[in-house]
Design a protein around this ligand. Sequence first.
Ligand code: FES
Length: 70
Amino acid sequence: MADCTVQVRMNGPLRITGPFDLTDQDDNAFTIPEGQAVALCRCGRSANKPFCDSRHRTEEPMFEAPSTAA
Ligand code: FES
């Protein structure tokens, strides 16, 4: 079984459950421990990128994206 799980949320973020390490564009590092989840913005509207701040649900037009793997 994988240590890290990535779930594509319908019309929302990528929900990733640790353990894993995340590094942003400025090389700021985040260590996500086992069992803890973070949501990474997929809509581009978050004021706290790379993390989702739920704006995909509150700002019009609503964010819509296919979320089923083919
Ligand atoms: S996916 Fe939630 S703010 Fe972008």
